[in-house]
Design a protein around this ligand. Structure first.
Ligand code: GTP
Ligand code: MG
Length: 365
C-alpha cells in the first residue's frame, strides 16, 4: 500500500509529579525534606529517514502517544526523564498543523531533517527544592506539566531528480524499468501505475540519479480527472521533466497534441512548472507510423527529443546521458544559489550561525 497523505494525532508525555517526602531515621525523627523532582515527559519528533518511502507505517499508528516522565521519589530520587519518541517519515514529508489552517510546520526535505512536533511536559518539583532557610520542611510539591498535543497533516512530496510525465500507456513504467533498478508493473491498458515509484540509476563513479514515475496524466488532470492531479505533487520537486510520448499513436492521439495537453496540465497545476529543463522521450519508435510522427514532432517543438524503444532498451543510454548532464547543471545552479545566499548573509553583517556545508547531491533513494 502507498500512503502519501495522512492525518495524525501526537501527544507528548506528561512530566512526572514532584514528590513530598521527609527523611525518617530511627534517631532522627525530624529529618529534612527529600522528595525528588519528576522527570520530563517524552517529546515527539518527526525525522526524515531514507528507510521510508511512504507514510504507510503511520496508517496503523495514527495516534502517536509518547511516554510520561517518572515521578520523583523519596530519598532525593529524581524521576527519570522519558526518552524522546522519534517517528520516521520519508524524506520529502511536509508537516502541517491541522488546527491552524494547515500552517506549514516543517518541510523535512532531506534525510536526517527533523522537527519537534510536541514538547514533553516538564517534571514537577519535589518538596526538597522548596526548602529555604525559613521553611525547612516544606509540604509542597508541584505536579508534572502536560505534554503538548497536536493534530497534524503529513503530506509526502516525493524527492527525485527527474520526473516522467505522460499519458497513460505511453510507456513511462517500461522506460523506468529499462533504465533503473525499479520493477514497476507495465501493461497495455491505461492507469496501470496507481502510485508513484522512484527508480535509482547508479553510475560507474557511484553517483546516482533518481527518476520518479507517476500515474498517467490526461486532460483535466489538474481538475482531478483521472489520477493525475493528486500525483502531480510527486513531480513538483524534480529538477528535470521527461515528457514520455507515444509515437505509435496507440490510443489514437498525436504526440504533439499530447505534449501540448501535458504542458497545459502542468501549468495549471503550478505556474512556471514547464519552464524547468525538459526532454522528450519519443517512445515506441519500433512501430510503422512512428518515424513520420517524429518528423512532425521535431518541427513543432524546441525541446530536445530522444527516440526510444523502451521495451527493447533502445535509445535509452543516450537519454540517460542527457538527463544526467541536465541534472548536474541544475545541481550546480542550486549549489551556486546556496553559496550566493550565504554570501549575502555574511555581507549583511548578520551574526547568524550558518551551516556552510553545501549538499552535493540530493539522492535519497
Ligand atoms: N511497441 C512498443 N510498445 C511499448 C514500448 N514501450 C512500452 N510499450 C507498451 O506500452 C504499454 C504501456 O506501457 P506502460 O509502461 O505500462 O505505460 P505507462 O505509461 O506506464 O502507463 P500508465 O501506468 O497506465 O500510465 C505496454 O503494453 C508496453 O509493453 C515500445 O517501445 N514499443
Ligand atoms: Mg505506468
Amino acid at each position: 500500500m502507498f500512503v502519501d497523505r495522512i492525518k495524525i494525532y501526537v501527544k507528548a508525555g506528561n512530566g512526572g509529579n514532584g514528590c513530598i517526602s521527609f527523611l525518617r531515621e530511627k534517631y532522627l525523627p525530624k529529618g529534612g525534606p527529600n522528595g525528588g523532582n519528576g522527570g520530563s515527559g517524552s517529546s515527539v519528533i518527526l525525522r526524515a529517514d531514507k528507510s521510508r518511502d511512504s507514510l504507510v507505517e503511520l496508517k496503523y499508528q495514527q495516534h502517536v502517544t509518547a511516554k510520561s516522565g517518572e515521578p520523583g521519589q523519596g530519598s532525593d530520587k529524581h524521576g527519570a526523564t522519558a526518552e524522546d519518541l522519534v517517528v520516521l517519515v520519508p524524506p520529502g514529508t511536509l508537516v502541517m498543523d491541522l488546527e491552524n489552517d494547515c500552517y506549514e510546520v516543517a518541510d523535512l526535505d532531506e534525510p536526517g531533517a527533523e522537527v519537534l512536533v510536541a514538547q514533553g511536559g516538564l517534571g514537577g518539583r519535589g518538596n526538597k527544592s522548596f526548602a529555604t532557610s525559613t521553611n525547612r520542611a516544606p509540604r509542597k510539591a508541584t505536579p508534572g506539566g502536560p505534554g503538548e498535543e497536536r493534530t497534524l497533516l503529513l503530506e509526502l512530496k516525493t524527492i527525485a531528480d527527474a520526473g516522467l510525465v505522460g499519458y497513460p500507456n505511453a510507456g513511462k513504467s517500461t522506460l523506468l524499468k529499462a533504465i533503473s533498478d525499479a520493477q514497476p508493473k507495465t501493461a497495455s491498458y491505461p492507469f496501470t501505475t496507481l502510485h508513484p515509484m522512484v527508480g535509482v540509476i547508479e553510475f560507474e563513479d557511484y553517483t546516482r540519479m533518481t527518476v520518479a514515475d507517476i500515474p498517467g496524466l490526461i486532460e483535466g488532470a489538474s481538475e482531478n480527472v483521472g489520477l493525475g492531479h493528486y500525483f502531480l505533487r510527486h513531480i513538483e520537486r524534480t529538477k528535470v521533466l521527461v515528457y514520455v510520448l507515444d509515437m505509435a499513436c496507440t490510443d489514437g492521439r498525436k504526440p504533439w497534441v499530447d505534449l501540448g495537453s501535458l504542458k497545459e496540465e502542468l501549468e495549471i497545476y503550478k505556474e512556471g512548472m514547464t519552464q524547468r529543463p525538459s526532454i522528450i522521450i519519443a517512445n515506441k519508435m519500433d512501430e510503422d507510423i512512428s518515424e513520420d510522427m517524429l518528423k512532425e514532432l521535431k518541427s513543432k517543438t524546441d525541446i530536445p527529443i530522444y527516440p526510444t524503444v523502451a521495451e527493447l532498451k533502445e535509445g535509452t543510454s543516450e537519454m540517460i546521458g542527457e538527463l544526467r548532464a541536465l541534472i548536474n547543471q541544475e545541481n550546480e545552479k542550486i549549489k551556486a544559489g546556496k553559496q550566493e545566499k550565504l554570501k549575502n548573509v555574511y555581507q549583511s553583517g548578520d551574526k547568524l550561525v550558518v551551516d556552510l556545508e553545501v549538499d552535493d547531491d540530493d539522492d535519497f533513494f
